[in-house]
Design a protein around this ligand. Structure first.
Ligand SMILES: *Cc1c(COP(=O)(O)O)cnc(C)c1O
Length: 391
């Protein structure tokens, strides 16, 4: 049997391949675990401070291990440059803060990552920035709400509800109305969606998910044109101090080596499981972009995160507790399968901290298909669903 090559992965595979030989002839780049870099003499230091020579001075600003990760992310996204952050939320808040000022309005697609929503509803509002939400599938509604907006903030597919948008059409609308556009591309990764090539200005990632891929690092990254990334480097990173650390960057470089290989497996597993769950008793809806019809233009594949809605015949806590391979936990994008019921977010929203409710249906359950093997994962889901069925 011959397996036809899947050309979707070819460019990413080339970029994440080894980068030649490093110091000590190491195949893995040695980590520059250092806070500062010294100078041979004062003249050398003066050259750097005068802007005549560019080199590393202090790791809050630049570090070679971080720079190698940033250059790989820029190549993957087809960007001039990229900048690493210590979390996905730091990438989101830092990028938004770099480009909005009091009095500005942000237009945001509905169902974005819950903490991005909370950032907009709390800190941004306190800074005098207003945020309006719109259905990203409804281009007419987006166009009607765009005039006067400084920023169109996108995420596709959206968190929990998995609404996949025509990102190119949204970017064109933003440009026509003079708004900058940003997208959270954590779900698709640059392997399946390259938003800059679709006209989006800035791409953001929670690198804690597929980029890292091993659930052992929290990090973020923003990528785009030189002048936009330089603006973030100059105006936000030195003073907010939110810089990716060398060890995290080193873990991310390790994770990137297998990004295309892992995504092949996540895609296949999630597609199979989602298709079977759509036929399963008690499951009333499956939210997976590939099950909603053809993928929107620009989205070349699907990853491992999707959600289901179950009816009253399924005891949701019993289902979650009955799973053995799917562990109960937030986050996703690692090697392991995960489950999280929306009911926990409803409990949180009703609690004393009154975390803002972001509108996920109560009977929704989010699943991440990991690398344990599709048939083993299906057996786990099937036994847990059967055991959770109310008589
Ligand atoms: C996890 C996540 C984030 C936040 O990233 P952190 O690394 O946890 O700060 C942002 N967007 C999406 C879609 C996420 O899943």
């Amino acid at each position: 049997m011959t397996v036809s090559p899947d050309r979707r992965f070819a460019e990413a595979e080339r970029i994440v391949a080894h980068d030649g030989v490093h110091a000590f002839e190491a195949v893995v780049p040695p980590i520059a675990q250092t806070s500062l870099f010294t100078f041979a003499d004062t003249a050398a230091m003066v050259d750097v401070y005068a802007g005549r020579v560019r080199r590393d001075v202090y790791s809050r600003t630049t570090n070679p291990t971080v720079a190698l990760f940033e250059s790989k992310m820029a190549a993957l996204e087809g960007a001039d440059d990229a900048i690493g952050f210590p979390s996905g939320m730091a990438a989101i808040s830092g990028s938004v803060l770099a480009f909005v000022t009091p009095g500005d309005r942000i237009l945001c697609v509905r169902h974005v990552y819950p903490d991005a929503y909370r950032l907009f509803e709390t800190l941004m509002k306190r800074l005098g920035v207003t945020v309006a939400y719109v259905d990203g599938c409804d281009l007419a509604a987006v166009e009607a709400a765009l005039p006067g907006a400084k920023l169109l903030y996108l995420e596709s597919p959206t968190s929990w509800t998995m609404e996949a948008h025509d990102v190119g059409a949204l970017a064109r609308l933003a440009r026509r109305h003079g708004a900058m556009s940003m997208i959270d591309n954590s779900w698709a990764t640059p392997v399946f969606q390259r938003p800059l090539s679709l006209g989006v200005d800035l791409v953001l990632h929670s690198a804690s998910k597929y980029i890292g891929g091993h659930s052992d690092v929290v990090a973020g990254v923003a990528a785009g044109r030189d002048e936009l990334v330089a603006h973030i480097r100059r105006t936000i990173c030195p003073y907010i101090g939110a810089k990716l650390a060398p060890f995290e960057a080193w873990l991310l470089l390790r994770g990137l080596r297998t990004l295309p290989a892992r995504l092949r497996l996540h895609e296949e597993a999630a597609l199979t499981l989602a298709g079977r769950l759509a036929e399963a008793p008690g499951v009333t809806a499956v939210h997976h972009p590939a099950l909603a019809g053809p993928l929107p233009p620009g989205l070349a594949g699907t990853s491992g995160l999707f959600s289901i809605v179950v009816d009253e015949t399924i005891d949701i806590p019993a289902f979650c507790d009955g799973l053995r391979l799917f562990k109960l936990g937030v986050s996703w994008g690692g090697h392991e399968s995960l489950v999280v019921p929306a009911l926990v977010t409803h409990v949180q929203a009703a609690g004393p901290n009154s975390a803002l409710d972001f509108g996920v249906p109560e009977r929704m359950v989010r699943l991440h298909a990991g690398l344990e093997g599709t048939e083993a994962l299906w057996a786990d889901l099937a036994q847990a669903l059967a055991a959770a069925a109310r008589p």
